[in-house]
Design a protein around this ligand. Structure first.
Ligand code: SF4
Length: 333
């Protein structure tokens, strides 16, 4: 019943506004979204309420971070005429649907969610609040309220979409709510490692290269990036497959990988040369995005205008969904 008036399928994607977006976001989702917006009715959710699950002590950062995320979207090529930008806090229907979904999930199920378990291991939300534990349920409501058919995700997020399918199925079976069962659109991109080479790139782990980084910041980060630890001298033979710099070549400059591999494995150049080349390439790649970012970020009125317009339009869809759900649940006069 929440099918769009146009014939296209609906996609929901988004980010928590907890800081600027980085190369991991670009590889994992942004460049794919830029393609998907051409083909699908696209909602991009700026999940500010959900950001509080890990940053509840600093609500004052939400406003700035929302602007940073929107500026990063535009820098990466998201077109607000094609994709609807939505502020989660402007859609109260999501939170109402979250409560209804919560009827169908136990605390034990949430504790067994593999993504939640991994995020606990990484130290996200140390107190493990109810809001943190239940964020997959909140995400399910995000998806269902807009009638999304597809949710582009990385492999690590697939359990959340399965959770959403399960909850939608239970709601539909219990109340006849006719919500759309979403499917995961799993990207093929491997998660990009951070410069520490240990974990995937993440702003909270401090191992990220941002889309708005200046050349000197990129150079300083690449300087610290993990390479093959066995290479001590320039002519030591290297192993690019265990080198984080090489993973960046693979992700952004695949046309260079054969030559880089050959020089590394033969000890034909040192890591310093290899890093100098990727600095140059990343500088040219990030530079135009950084300039767009700076230009639009300087105009807060323009950015809020985009967000407010998108949120108003998205709320019409959400209101229709909840009107139907309430009627089916005997919550309407
Ligand atoms: S030469 Fe390049 S690919 Fe090889 S270990 Fe050094 S930085 Fe990595």
């Amino acid at each position: 019943m929440t099918q769009a008036s146009d014939a296209r399928k609906t996609i929901l994607t988004g980010d928590r506004p907890t800081g600027n977006l980085h190369l991991g976001h670009y590889v994992g989702s942004l460049r794919n979204r830029v393609k998907l917006q051409e083909e699908y009715r696209t909602f991009i959710l700026i999940a500010d309420v959900q950001a509080l699950t890990t940053h509840f002590e600093h609500p004052e950062l939400l406003r700035e971070n929302t602007l940073n995320v929107v500026a990063s979207y535009l820098a990466a090529g998201i077109d607000p005429e094609k994709a609807t930008l939505v502020r989660q806090s402007g859609i109260p229907e999501i939170h109402e649907l979250f409560v209804y979904f919560s009827l169908f999930v136990t605390v034990n199920q949430l504790q067994q969610n593999p993504t939640i378990k991994n995020e606990m291991r990484l130290g996200y939300n140390k107190g493990h609040s109810l809001a943190f534990l239940s964020y997959p349920v909140h995400q399910s409501a995000d998806i269902a309220v807009f009638g999304a058919h597809l949710v582009p995700v990385g492999q690590d997020q697939v359990p959340h979409i399965e959770e959403a399918r399960d909850l939608v199925g239970k709601m539909n079976a219990q109340y006849g709510t006719e919500l759309i069962e979403p499917e995961a659109l799993v990207g093929t991109a491997q998660a990009l490692p951070g410069i520490d080479g240990q974990e995937k790139m993440s702003k909270s782990l401090g191992n990220a290269i941002f889309l708005c980084d200046e050349d000197k910041e990129i150079r300083a980060k690449i300087q610290k990036t993990k390479t093959d630890p066995a290479r001590l001298k320039i002519d030591d033979k290297g192993h690019p497959d265990i080198c984080t710099v090489f993973k960046y070549y693979e992700a952004f400059f695949p046309e260079e990988t054969a030559a880089v591999r050959q020089k590394c494995e033969n000890g034909a150049w040192g890591c310093g040369h290899c890093k100098a080349l990727i600095n140059e390439r990343l500088g040219a790649f990030i530079g135009p995005m950084r300039e767009t970012y700076k230009r639009v970020r300087a105009d807060e009125g323009y950015l809020w205008g985009l967000v407010n317009r998108g949120t108003l339009s998205a709320r019409e869809t959400a209101a229709k969904t909840l009107d139907h759900v309430r009627a089916k649940m005997h919550l309407k006069a």
